[in-house]
Design a protein around this ligand. Structure first.
Ligand code: F6P
Length: 546
């Protein structure tokens, strides 16, 4: 049995959960009018209400104790101070340094990394400004007005989510598209209607070896050369964001247009690095800097606030509470803001690539659940697709509800309708509807007893479904930076408690290696015989038919 589940605190949490099973949130709310202020944390611009969870003071005390037992504070300091906490890759984890806007010294080994970070940031700022002012032009002298970001995973999801969320802040006339999938449809469809004379291709790849990205980049280069000018024009239409400067140069990108970063920036944590260039080009460098400043504010909050007021710590511990003590296997994130439509997809990589692990730092298999499945869609659309299962299905699904107070677009009373649904759903999930309430409703419709008996079981909602309500004052770059950093640190805390490495992703590698072996076999004349019978059969079927 692992040290974690054998610990006194873990065992106390198991017993405590059994006690809480005898009550419900509705009863706890009725007994305590102060429950909302007691279980709410405010950080400038964000309110985090966790009162609609199956918790009481004792739960929180025990969860904080668990965090202490796991040396959470020491682990937080180790990350921020550049210790090599990514032990399987022997790397520091310092995406927080990328938004260390006060430039306090941070070292990796004996090197202060801040001058390098600041140098790339100012190069990014100069490039963005020169493009926006029309000094950096396309080969025919026209202003660039279209960005095509080619990248996958962390080199795509972060920038795509942020650009979607901050569309309201986009530079006038600037368009952005994202190509990630190696399916040729992605690039072909995204190149439709694009003018090569006014398009900048941003090739984002930490390693600059990723098959999908390099294949798409080559196709983009071919398209550009066929539809436009000569090789010499590549320098004004292709830039690279990468730790592999030589790889980018080899592709043909002008070294002046390669923006670097470092191995201590994980791919899924890279939107704050040069990978954020597409964001800066789309919304302006000042807004990109505000995004960094917001994240930096959450970093300070996370590093310095006691656990009682620490949003990422509380969010993480609640996730642990449900994953490990209620056997919740998934967690939904529902933004009630259309601009945040891609947040769940971004969080999928952040959370599931980080904590989808089953081996502890000491190499032993875990004997408890780790990262949950993260999923979601914007509300209210989600209410009309999968909410039924959250309300009345057999699984417990904790949900983060996210809303924005001052929405940018408020035609008529859309925003009040939107928010009334937000409040109604969290209340309904918490309260449910008991038999007496359901019966009263049916009786008020004039139904006879036989019909009531038939319908009653279907009309009862168990309730007691946990939710967090996160309300942003405004969806601006600063607040969005705060929110995203909050989720990053939540994932970190969970990894720290589960004693896993949240910063590697070996699981993704096997498929990549096999795909590279299989590719030449698809075009070879002879039948494939060296795999299992299913893989041989499928490959030969494909070869015979295409
Ligand atoms: O396959 C997983 C992964 O390594 C992610 O972690 C990463 O974000 C993505 O591939 C893309 O990698 P790169 O930025 O090196 O092209």
């Amino acid at each position: 049995m692992s040290v974690l589940i054998n610990s006194a605190t873990w065992k106390q949490l198991v017993l405590h959960k059994n006690k809480l099973d005898k009550t419900d949130m509705k009863t706890m709310f009725a007994a305590d009018p102060e429950r909302f202020p007691r279980f709410t944390v405010k950080q400038k611009g964000i309110l985090f209400d966790y009162s609609k969870n199956i918790i009481n003071d004792e739960t929180i005390r025990l969860l904080f104790k668990l965090a202490d037992d796991c040396d959470l504070k020491v682990k937080i300091d180790a990350m921020f101070s550049g210790q090599k906490i990514n032990v399987t890759e022997n790397r520091a984890v310092l995406h927080t340094a990328l938004r260390n806007l006060r430039s306090t010294k941070i070292t990796v080994g004996s090197n202060d990394i801040m001058p390098g970070i600041n140098d790339v940031l100012s190069r990014m700022g100069r490039f963005a400004e020169s493009l926006h002012k029309g000094h950096h032009q396309g080969f025919s002298g026209k202003k660039i007005n279209t960005i095509i970001n080619i990248g996958i995973g962390g080199s795509y999801l972060g920038p795509a989510m942020i650009c979607g969320a901050l569309k309201y802040y986009a530079k006038p006339d600037m368009k952005i598209r994202f190509v990630s999938n190696v399916d040729g449809t992605d690039i072909i469809e995204n190149l439709k209607g694009i003018d090569p004379e006014t398009t900048l291709f941003v090739i984002a790849s930490k390693t600059f070896t990723t098959q999908e990205t390099l294949t798409n980049a080559e196709t983009a280069k071919k398209w550009f050369l066929e539809s436009a000018a000569g090789k010499n024009d590549i320098k004004s239409h292709f830039i690279a964001l990468s730790t592999n400067i030589d790889g980018a140069k080899e592709f043909g990108i002008d070294p002046k247009n390669v923006f670097g970063f470092w191995d201590w920036v994980g791919g899924r944590y890279s939107l704050w690095s040069a990978v954020g260039m597409s964001i800066a080009l789309y919304i302006g460098f000042d807004n990109f800097a505000s995004l960094l400043a917001g994240a930096s504010e959450t970093d300070e909050h996370f590093r310095t606030e006691p656990f009682e007021h620490n949003m990422p710590v509380i969010a993480a511990l609640l996730g642990i509470w449900y994953s490990n003590f209620f056997d919740a296997r998934t967690q939904a994130v529902i933004p009630y803001d259309q601009y945040l439509a891609r947040l769940p997809e971004y969080l999928q990589q952040l959370d599931m690539e980080s904590n989808g692990k089953s081996v502890c730092l000491n190499g032993e298999l875990v004997d408890y659940s780790t990262g949950p499945v993260i999923w979601g869609q914007p509300g209210t659309s989600a209410q009309h697709s999968f909410f039924q299962l959250i309300h009345q299905g057999t699984q417990m699904i904790p949900v983060d509800f996210i809303a924005v107070m001052n929405n940018a677009n408020k035609p008529g009373n859309h925003h009040d309708i939107l928010l009334s649904n937000f409040f109604a759903q969290t209340e309904a999930l918490m309260k449910g509807r008991n038999e007496a309430e359901a019966r009263e409703e049916l009786e008020s419709q004039g139904m006879d007893e036989t019909e009531i008996k038939k319908l009653l079981p279907h009309k009862i909602f168990p309730g007691n479904k946990p939710t967090n309500s996160i309300i942003l004052d405004k969806l601006d770059p600063h607040t969005l930076g705060m929110l995203v950093a909050m989720y990053e640190h939540k994932v970190f805390v969970q990894g720290a408690i589960w004693n896993i490495n949240s910063f590697d992703q070996w699981g993704v590698e096997l498929g990549k290696i096999l795909a590279k072996q299989i590719l030449p076999q698809l075009t070879a004349a002879e039948d494939v015989t060296d795999h299992d019978s299913s893989t041989n059969g499928l490959m030969n079927y494909y070869k015979g038919k295409h």
